[in-house]
Design a protein around this ligand. Sequence first.
Ligand SMILES: Cc1cc2nc3c(=O)[nH]c(=O)nc-3n(C[C@H](O)[C@H](O)[C@H](O)COP(=O)(O)O)c2cc1C
Length: 368
Amino acid sequence: MPEQTNRHAPLQFAYWVPNVSGGLVVSKIPQRTGWDAEYNRTLAQIAERAGFDYALTQIRFTAGYGADNQHESVAFSQALLGATTRLKVIAALLPGPWHPTLAAKQIATISHLSQARIAVNIVSGWFRGEFKAIGEPWLDHEERYLRSEEFIRCLRGIWQQESFTFAGDFYRYRDYVMKPKPLDPLPEIFQGGSSRAARDMAARVSDWYFTNGNSVDNIRRQIEDIQAKAQDNGHQVKIGVNGFVIARDTEQEAQQVLQQILDQADPAAVQGFHHEVQNAGRASPEGEGNWAASTLEDLVQYNDGFKTNLIGTPQQIAERIIAYKNAGTDLMLLGFLHFQEEVAYFGREVLPRVRELERQQQAVTEHG
Ligand SMILES: Cc1cc2nc3c(=O)[nH]c(=O)nc-3n(C[C@H](O)[C@H](O)[C@H](O)COP(=O)(O)O)c2cc1C
C-alpha cells in the first residue's frame, strides 16, 4: 500500500517566480516587484536564505490580461539555479510548444548543471488566444489532459528506461536511448489544474498536484478525492496549494493592503481573464476546473490566492498554514505584492512560527 502524506514531515514552501511582468495581481496598485533577471536572481537568493524549498517559474507565450513581457521558463530557471546553491527550481512546460523529446533532453542537461535541483511543472493550457497566436491547435479540455498525461509518461520513460518505446495518440518512440540520464534523484514532475481530468491525471502519474487557492475544507475534499484514487492506482502524489500572502504587523494593515489591491484592480483585464478561463474550463464536463467558482474579486489574483486567506499577522498566517497542512497539504506555493522584501519578511516572521507550531503538534502526538 502506498505511503500516505507524512503529517510530521515539515511543510515545504515554494514561491512564484515573477518572470512575467505585472506581478501576481491584476491591479494597478504600485508593486515593488521586477520581472527582470537581476531582480529575480536576488529574489532567489533571498528566498533560499529565508527557507524556501522551491521556486516556480511560469510559462506564457504572449501577453494577455497584464503580463506584457514574459521570460521563458526553462532558460530563466537555469539562471536562478546558477545564482543559488540549495533552492530547487520548477520549470513550467506546456505540451504542444514543448515536445517530450526536447523537454527530456533539456531538463536532463539542467539536472547535470544544477546538481539535480531542477523540477518541471506540466501545464495544460487555459489561454486559447495564446494557442491561436502561435499556431498551436487548441485541443478540448479532456484532450489537453490526455496529451499532458502522455507527455509525463514519456518524460519519465525516457529518463528511467535504458531504451524507451511508446505508442500513444500524441507521441511515439521506438527504442529511444537518451543519454546522459538526469542525475539522481530524477527531476520531480509537478502539474497544475483542479478539474476532474487534472485530478485523475495526478492520481495516476504526477509526483505533485498543484491547485489554486481555496478554503481549507475545499482543499481537504480535493485531497481526499485524489489520495483515494492514487491509492487505488498504487501511486503516490503530494499536494501543493496556492496562496497570496499579505503579512503585516497588524491585521488591519494587511486588510488595508488587500482592499487597495482590490480597489485598484483593472476591471477590463479581470473581466477578460474571467471570460477566458471560463471558456477554457467549459469542456471540463463536471464543471470543477480551476476557476469554475471564482468571483471577479477572486480573480484579481490569477490563481485564486486570496481564497487561501493568508492575510493578517504572522501568527494568524502561520496558524492558517498549519490548517492546510493538517488537511493533507505538503507544500504551500506563495505569491507576494512586493516580492523581495515580503519573501524576506515571511522568512523572518512567519516561517519560524510555522516551525514552532509543527514542533508543538509533533510533541502532542508523541507524548499524547
Ligand atoms: C500552480 C499553477 C501553476 C500554473 N502555471 C501555469 C503556467 O505557467 N502557464 C500556463 O499556461 N498555465 C499554468 N497553469 C494552468 C494549468 O496548467 C491549467 O491549464 C489550469 O489550471 C486549468 O486547469 P483545469 O481547468 O483543469 O482546472 C498553472 C496552474 C496552477 C494551479
